[in-house]
Design a protein around this ligand. Structure first.
Ligand code: PYC
Length: 333
């Protein structure tokens, strides 16, 4: 066995969605803030993301998180999120996975019944409260960065689909929320290829015609997520299919997408503070969201969401790169 690179990771899944938590092999990424580290990683270290996320070490819906020392005095750990699509500013299922791994590997001081971990993420400070019993992380509630509506009840011309009504909100990433009915498709996994195709067409149209930009986080300037809302969804219990660039679905109910959806429902006056909102993924797994406070983002009304979900450790791995490997950055099939 030869290896020119070796990465250590604890693999987990959050309500069905993987998080490969990279604990070793990378060192400290340059950057004064976690977002600077994210931007540095994207420019200079992206081969590592591709190696760890793509086939054959990962797959078409792979996701992970690189642990880093925090850049801020009020957080214990820093996180750079990686996935097949790139490096997200924030990831809800990934944060639930990271918090679970930190507790179950003893990388933080574990306190029962609740261990609080403050995380430095590229989008800002995120607080994870882990319910722990007998050393086991039973569930995690994350207090997310502020979520806000960028545009409510907008329309977009989408080649091949016509005029599509949508709402765009930020919950850690930008999400276009679209009724599945408006692309004339059923909430049915056997139709996933048509649904993801419609999602990619909507993202492309938004990014070409009117791309969003976060006023405070550098480099957050596109929409790569379309949350297709299933018929029958309400402001208390919603089901959705989350189509993600370049062509896959979140298996989890998507923490940042749930946050964006709650910001939308709040802006409509349909979801009050301190009220449970159940969000169900395309595979039927659930997060419970809540809005706990109002705030503002650059003068826009905003809310602070919490998301509760569960994660499970699935393995511990050492991922190697043999210098003769013909696919040093893996591949997508
Ligand atoms: O849980 O925030 C999330 C997420 C983003 C992309 C996939 N999952």
């Amino acid at each position: 066995m030869r290896s020119s690179r070796m990465f250590t990771a604890v693999d987990s899944h959050t309500e069905g969605m993987p998080t490969r938590v990279v604990t070793g092999g990378l060192g400290v990424i340059p950057g004064a803030t976690m977002n600077e580290k994210r931007l540095h990683f994207m420019e200079h270290l992206d081969d590592i993301r591709l190696l760890l996320m793509n086939e054959p070490r990962g797959h078409a819906a792979m996701s992970g998180a690189v642990l880093q020392p925090s850049t801020r005095p009020d957080a214990e750990w820093g996180v750079v999120y990686i996935e097949v699509s790139g490096c997200l500013p924030m990831c809800g299922h990934g944060t639930i996975g990271v918090a679970t791994v930190l507790v179950e590997t003893g990388m933080v001081e574990v306190v029962e019944p609740v261990t609080t971990i403050r995380l430095d993420t590229p989008a800002g400070l995120v607080i994870a409260r882990v319910a722990v019993s007998n050393g086991h992380a039973d569930s995690v509630t994350i207090e997310n960065v502020p979520a806000y509506v960028d545009r409510l009840d907008a329309i977009i011309e989408v080649p091949g689909y016509g005029t599509i009504p949508y709402t765009l909100a930020f919950g850690g990433n930008f999400y276009a929320m679209v009724d599945l009915d408006s692309v004339s498709l059923p909430f049915d996994r056997t139709r996933q290829h048509e649904i993801v195709e419609a999602g990619l067409a909507i993202m492309a149209a938004i990014n070409e015609q009117d791309a969003p930009r976060h006023p405070q986080i550098d480099g957050v300037d596109h929409c790569h997520h379309v949350e297709f809302i299933a018929p029958g969804s309400t402001a208390l219990h919603s089901r959705h299919a989350m189509a993600i660039h370049p062509g896959w679905f979140d298996r989890s109910p998507c923490g940042t997408g749930t946050s964006a959806r709650m910001a939308e429902l709040w802006a409509r006056g349909e979801l009050a503070l301190d009220t449970d909102f159940v969000n169900e993924s395309f595979i039927g797994s659930r997060f419970v969201g809540r809005l706990i406070a109002t705030t503002e983002v650059d003068g826009r009304p905003a809310v602070i969401p919490t998301i509760t979900g569960r994660a499970w450790v699935t393995g511990i791995g050492q991922y190697l790169l043999d210098p003769s490997d013909p696919f040093p950055t893996g591949f997508q099939f």
